[in-house]
Design a protein around this ligand. Structure first.
Ligand code: G3H
Ligand code: 13P
Ligand code: ZN
Length: 311
């Protein structure tokens, strides 16, 4: 089966009241862990690549790893550019075999965001590639994404119809209280998502796929494991899984998860190395990392996204 776009995945997910997981990939063990989990759960999956991932692993390695995973598992996989920050990087990925790209114009004014997004849509659609746009700003710090709490802002529902109509995007990422990274809420702060904004947006955009970024739940058993085995992640707090399940039943068709994969993999590698101080073969500890990641993705697909057995 060749790589697919997200079009059919989202149509089925919208109707079925579930969401497709979009997981970030950076190396072979991550690609394998995610796609093996998706195969076991009989679910489609989106593998997404950030600018940082392309810098770390190189575009060509990521493409070949993903092609190998598709050949190995034979499940529908979309290959997506995460947070494309310019027309040029989107073009590179469209030309270089991706089936979906995100143009993240959220740092620009409304008009500038429309302009750059429309330009990417014109280029991508002419080549059979789908496009995700973004309205609103999520807080959080990643390689290519760095928005302070003060600059974060919820999506304004009054802007979504105009944005979607004038750009022609295929899906829209919105800001309703999620944020990037493993530290989403302060200790004592009650995690909250603005479901009222999501509801308003879904009324204005019937049958239109919405995307949630920054959707890691930061499972406390893994935070504990990291801290027990020499790491330091005090006060790491994520989005409660029940809230994501709720969003997946609504118009949210794509849920982005990266930090949880990092956490699960790192916790198990730390544990392995502390418990086996004589091990120095990377295959030994990376195998544990891959297993933890695979089990985490299976759990997300089955219990959070609800996309098991939808092939
Ligand atoms: O939202 C960003 C993703 O978690 C990717 O992070 O830019 O550090 O690869 P990265
Ligand atoms: P998390 O940091 O919550 O995993 O979000 C990942 C993401 O939104 C990638 O685009
Ligand atoms: Zn994101």
């Amino acid at each position: 089966m060749p790589l697919v776009t997200t079009k059919e995945m989202f149509e089925k997910a919208y109707k079925g009241g579930y969401a497709i997981g979009a997981f970030n990939v950076n190396n072979m063990e991550i690609v394998q862990g995610i796609t093996e989990a998706a195969k076991e759960e009989q679910s489609p999956v989106i593998l997404q690549v950030s600018a940082g991932a392309r810098k770390y692993a190189k575009h060509i390695y990521l493409i070949k790893l993903v092609e190998a995973a598709v050949a190995d598992t034979n499940i529908p996989v979309a290959l997506h550019l995460d947070h494309g920050e310019s027309f040029e990087i989107c073009k590179d990925c469209v030309d270089g075999g991706f089936t979906s790209v995100m143009i993240d114009g959220s740092k620009y004014s409304f008009e500038e965001n429309i302009e750059i997004t429309r330009k990417v849509v014109e280029y991508a659609h002419a080549r059979g590639v789908v496009v995700e746009g973004e309205l609103g700003k999520l807080a959080g710090i990643e390689d290519a994404v760095n928005v302070s709490d003060a600059d974060a802002q919820f999506t304004n529902p009054a802007e979504v119809e105009e944005f979607v109509t004038r750009t022609g995007v295929d899906s829209l990422a919105i800001a309703i209280g999620t944020s990037h990274g493993a530290f989403k809420f302060k200790p004592g702060q009650k995690p909250q998502l603005r479901f009222d904004i999501l509801e308003n947006i879904q009324k204005r955009l019937p049958n239109f796929p919405i995307v949630l970024h920054g959707a890691s739940s930061v499972p406390q058993e893994y935070v504990k494991m990291v801290n027990e085995y020499g790491g330091k992640m005090p006060n790491a707090i994520g989005i409660p899984e029940e809230m994501l399940r709720e969003a997946a039943k609504m118009a949210v068709c794509k849920i982005n998860i990266d930090s949880d994969l990092r956490l699960g993999m790192t916790a198990s590698v730390r544990k392995h190395l502390v418990e086996n101080p004589d091990h120095f073969d990377p295959r030994q500890y990376l195998a544990d990392g891959r297993t933890a990641l695979r089990e985490m993705v299976r759990h997300k697909i089955r219990d959070v996204l609800g996309s098991s057995n939808t092939l």
